[in-house]
Ligand binder design. Structure first.
Ligand code: SF4
Length: 52
């Protein structure tokens, strides 16, 4: 599957995850905060995730 070399991702549960290696197949993604004020990496998520 053609993937985006600029978006490395290990979320295998996502329908946009490239199964043959750890990349995303989308041309772009949205990165979002999961709290009002982000203070660590855990406060961010991929907003383009969709369950397989
Ligand atoms: S949409 Fe987000 S979570 Fe899904 S494969 Fe792409 S980068 Fe990973």
């Amino acid at each position: 599957m053609q993937h985006n070399n600029s978006i490395h991702c290990t979320v295998t549960e996502c329908k946009f995850h490239c199964n043959s290696d750890n990349y995303c197949v989308l041309s772009e993604i949205n990165v979002v905060k999961n709290i009002n004020i982000a203070s660590s990496i855990e406060c961010t998520d991929c907003g383009s995730f969709q369950k397989k």
